[in-house]
Design a protein around this ligand. Structure first.
Ligand SMILES: NC(=O)c1ccc[n+]([C@@H]2O[C@H](COP(=O)([O-])OP(=O)(O)OC[C@H]3O[C@@H](n4cnc5c(N)ncnc54)[C@H](O)[C@@H]3O)[C@@H](O)[C@H]2O)c1
Length: 448
């Protein structure tokens, strides 16, 4: 792929929190993007290759894409967490013939070494710096849109929102998109409902081979990983409160329970609450959970799930974290107003001193903790999510013209193919229906 200079050259960035620094290393001539330090590229490349070893489905797709070039001439603007796994997705799209432009989908989730390697080793213009401030975050999205993508690949719908509001002229180049996460899909469905959405989007999150695995096992494991890396707390014997028993909450509750915690679940959906109760958790209202919890984790996709009345009731030393997409699940402004002061207790741990002396600890600025203080989901699970992304882009190239401006599920054939390839890579064989079984399953006349 020819790497072109974008209108936004490498420049100094303002310092963010939690160890963000300005762009230091010189970017080689002919490359484009805005990353923290090009000197990190070597480390990033090694980690990208390590992740690739655990992404056999994506590797299979990449090999086919390299031969068939189904994405030839396509420009893709991707707003994703800039991790090792995302790098391998970008390489796969590139192998298919696409030009990929990448920006971060969260100010704290970028892996700076990966961003550097994407630019230096793979020629993928990348605009992302861990700890970037709000203005820089959005300027990076703008840079991606300025590359005039034909397909958008979003995680949380921020790029699509900027495109449909402040950068409408660029809509003329776009014919389709994909969306990675639950919160993004919710926003897109709202856009489709009020007829604002201007092109078809495939909801990757809704594939079974995505949310059943990525949201459940990926978020479950990596959120506990993030909490532990940030705090080094002992989970066994503690009381962990999980807000939201969706796909992410289910996985997280299972991991916390497996580590020896007493798990309390809060919900607003009676079906999900019932499921949590029958899975063996104590289902309580947050008002009742607040004085009991040692660790609170929100994964609802909703706002102000933890708020003033809950902070007031919490124990001294309680830890609060979020793994939902946006940093709105914990009402941080309320926490700020209730506090005399705050200090950094450890990287990714802020100690808030409440009036009256109680201390509460907020992890990762309330941003998704698995990506803020850890590495996000393991590559083995992102293998399936990103296989869905790659195959859905190929599908859109062939079929978008016949699709409406609405949100589509991933075609069942793609979902099944991803599951089949994953099982194959795991060396797992499954049974096939006998002809008699096929016939039996299609009949209503045979009973006892
Ligand atoms: N951290 C990550 O890497 C990661 C990965 C996948 C998804 N996500 C994000 O996590 C969030 C949850 O995703 P999901 O797939 O589990 O969604 P989901 O829709 O399956 O589950 C969300 C659950 O939260 C419940 N809920 C909503 N408001 C609530 C409230 N006020 N109190 C208690 N429960 C409430 C809902 O009833 C629902 O059961 C989304 O924002 C999603 O984008 C994060």
């Amino acid at each position: 792929m020819a790497v072109r200079k974008t209108s936004r050259p490498v420049k100094k960035s303002g310092p963010g929190t939690n160890g963000s620094q300005s762009a230091r290393g010189a970017q080689p001539a002919g490359t484009a993007g805005h990353v923290k330090d090009m000197n990190l590229a070597r480390e990033g490349k090694a980690r990208i290759e390590w992740a690739d070893r655990h992404m056999p489905v994506l590797r299979t797709i990449r090999a086919r894409f390299a031969k068939e070039r189904p994405l030839k001439g396509l420009r893709i603007g991707a707003c994703l967490h800039v991790t090792t796994e995302t790098a391998n997705l970008a390489r796969t799209l590139q192998a298919g013939g696409a030009e990929v432009y990448l920006c971060g989908s969260n100010p704290l989730s970028t892996q700076d070494d990966v961003a550097a390697s994407l630019v230096a080793d793979f020629g993928i213009p990348t605009f992302a710096i861990k700890g970037e401030d709000h203005k820089t975050y959005y300027s990076h999205i703008v840079s991606c849109i300025e590359a005039k993508p034909n397909i958008t690949m979003d995680d949380g719908c921020d790029l699509v929102t900027v495109l449909h509001t402040k950068m409408k002229p660029f809509l003329k180049d776009v014919f389709a998109g994909t969306e990675e996460t639950s919160t993004g899909v919710t926003r897109l469905r709202a856009m489709a409902a009020d007829k604002t959405l201007r092109y078809p989007v495939i909801a990757i999150n809704d594939a079974d081979t995505k949310h059943l695995f990525d949201n459940r096992y990926g978020t479950g494991q990596s959120t506990m990983d993030g909490v532990l890396r940030a705090t080094n707390m002992l989970v066994a014997g503690s009381t962990v409160v999980i807000a939201g028993y969706g796909w992410c909450g289910r996985g997280l509750a299972a991991r916390a329970k497996g580590m020896g915690a007493t798990v309390l679940v809060t919900e607003v959906n009676p079906l999900r609450a019932l499921e949590a109760a029958m899975d063996g958790y104590q289902v309580v209202a947050m008002a009742d959970a607040a004085p009991r919890g040692d660790l609170f984790i929100t994964v609802t996709g909703n706002k102000s799930v933890l708020r003033r009345e809950h902070f007031e009731a919490m124990k001294d030393g309680a830890i609060v974290a979020n793994s939902g997409h946006f940093n709105v699940e914990i009402d941080i402004p309320a926490l700020e107003r209730m506090s005399d002061g705050k200090k950094v207790a450890r990287p990714f741990v802020e100690e808030y001193r409440l009036k009256g002396g109680k201390r509460l600890f907020l992890l990762g600025e309330g941003r998704l903790i698995n990506l803020a203080s850890a590495e996000g989901h393991p590559a083995m699970v992102m293998d399936m999510s990103f296989a869905n992304q790659a195959l859905s882009v190929e599908h859109l190239v062939k079929h978008a013209k016949k699709m409406d401006n609405s949100v589509y599920v991933v075609p069942e054939a793609i979902d099944k193919e991803v599951a089949r390839l994953k099982l194959k890579s795991m060396g797992t064989t499954i049974d096939v229906l006998t002809p008699a079984q096929v016939k039996y399953m299609a009949t209503w006349s045979e009973g006892t």
